[in-house]
Design a protein around this ligand. Structure first.
Ligand SMILES: Nc1nc2c(c(=O)[nH]1)N[C@H]1C(S)=C(S)[C@@H](COP(=O)(O)OP(=O)(O)OC[C@H]3O[C@@H](n4cnc5c(N)ncnc54)[C@H](O)[C@@H]3O)O[C@H]1N2
Ligand code: MOO
Ligand SMILES: [Mg+2]
Length: 408
């Protein structure tokens, strides 16, 4: 059986090779940029006035002048004006170009205006104050956004400001989420005593939505022929299949054998971990390296117990999709155990934890062991899984371990 580290590495080695596509700026939120975006002008593009007030020549002020005749007004969005004579000023607004001849701004709060004259009421005026000089933030042709960035609010604001009406981004993978199991009924159905409503695919869809992936939902009954037939179609139509259930040792656990029959090559089945031991991962990539158009396709068959499904999603599937999209892995996060934990089997234990941020800067993980990998109501209080290493069985309060957040 594989360790967590080896299994993770295998998934990462078989990342998707997704093409790029061009999307409009309005549709680019959350997507992964695949081009560099440069400044078409300086930032700011002109000496930008930063306060509403008056624009003067500092030399006049330095020579003792305090009252200035108001020559006119320059609003934002108007062409640059000129301060024509000595001892005059222009009323000026935030966002306007600094007038030719002016070099200092006095706020309205610091002047009194009467009879078309402005009198400065303060004595600590500095040359160049309240001016945001051209090119102080970025210069024309500087690379502002680079390939591999995720497009969030700040990135899209910058893209808009340089006139980028479209952006080249990684195409989203087509992902199908497939629940399997005869005991599972639709959410809208009142289950019979031996049935339950399916929930795993809703969890998976919500988790994938954090990467901007809109996956489709499917359900397949525990019938080998039906499973084979439907998985064949889903494989043809998608880049990634994510199944839940049917991968363990049961009489109706047909998923691994059916995937093999469909030519999906198993890369691993079972990991030394709890929960999520029976995770199955495979690819249609040919061993000779020759891939058909639209290939390879990837299949994650997650164990059906809901807590196992969640753990496998956050520990393996989401990082896989992240890096396939061209994003770096999320930075590692750590927390300290709030109370001691004992876990005997020599396998990695993913402990559900509630995280608290303490006034002294520590992140504390409060264990929520729950009643096992079917107890998904326990996850309502959890913020993360803490990864407790396989080679240890006793973990002390205050010891720090890696955590895998389950909330974004
Ligand atoms: N003899 C053994 N039995 C089991 C082993 C084992 O190693 N030997 N492994 C156990 C572990 S660990 C897990 S995890 C489960 C995995 O089971 P499967 O992946 O085969 O999943 P199913 O048998 O189909 O279902 C398990 C459990 O999960 C519920 N389930 C399934 N899908 C959903 C869904 N979409 N929404 C909600 N709940 C779901 C299902 O009803 C079952 O209760 O196997 C152990 N057994
Ligand atoms: O690994 Mo299973 O996921 O323990 O219940
Ligand atoms: Mg089973």
């Amino acid at each position: 059986m594989l360790t967590v580290t080896d299994a993770f590495a295998l998934t990462q080695q078989h990342r998707l090779n997704l093409p790029t596509e061009t999307v409009s700026l309005a549709d680019a939120a959350g997507r992964v940029l695949r081009e560099g975006v440069r400044a078409d002008r300086d930032f700011p593009p002109f000496n930008r006035v930063a306060m509403d007030g008056i624009a003067i020549r500092f030399a006049d002020y330095a020579a003792g002048q305090r009252t200035f005749r108001i020559e006119g007004t320059q609003l934002a969005g108007q062409p640059q004006q000129t301060l024509s004579e000595a001892d005059t000023c222009l009323e000026i607004m935030t966002g306007a170009m600094l007038p030719i001849g002016a070099d200092t701004i006095i706020r309205y709060e610091d002047v009194s205006i009467a009879n078309s004259q402005a009198t400065i009421a303060i004595e600590d005026v500095q040359l160049g104050q309240h001016i945001h000089p051209q090119a102080t933030d970025r210069r024309a042709d500087d690379e502002l956004l680079s390939s591999g960035m995720r497009l969030g609010p700040s990135e899209l604001a910058v893209a808009a400001s340089v006139g980028q009406t479209t952006l080249t981004v990684t195409a989203l993978p087509r992902v199908a989420l497939i629940s399997t199991g005869d005991e599972l009924v639709d959410v809208s159905v009142t289950p019979l005593p031996y049935q339950i409503r399916r929930s795993n695919t809703y969890m998976l869809r919500t988790a994938l939505a954090t990467l901007g992936i809109a996956a489709t939902l499917h359900h397949i009954i525990d019938d080998e022929a039906v499973l084979k037939d439907q998985l064949k179609t889903l494989l043809a139509d998608n880049d990634v299949l994510i199944l839940s259930g049917g991968v363990s040792a049961g009489k109706a656990d047909f998923v691994p054998s059916v995937l093999a029959q469909l030519g999906v090559q198993k890369l691993f089945h079972k990991i030394e971990q709890r929960p999520g031991k029976p995770l199955w991962f495979g690819t249609t990539a040919a061993q000779d390296g020759n891939t058909l158009a639209g290939e390879p396709k990837t299949v994650f068959a997650l164990p059906g117990n809901p807590v196992s499904t969640v753990l496998c999603a956050y520990r393996y599937v989401l990082p896989y999709l992240r890096t396939s999209l061209g994003l770096p892995l999320s930075p590692a996060r750590y927390a300290q155990l709030a109370t001691p934990v004992v876990f005997k089997p020599a396998i990695t234990y993913f402990l559900p934890v509630h995280l608290t941020s303490e006034p002294d800067g520590r992140m504390l993980a409060h264990p929520l062991p729950g009643s096992g990998s079917a107890d998904f109501a326990n996850l309502l209080a959890a913020d993360a899984f803490m990864e407790l290493p396989a080679e240890r069985s006793e973990f002390e309060a205050g010891e720090a371990f890696r955590v895998w957040p389950t909330r974004s």
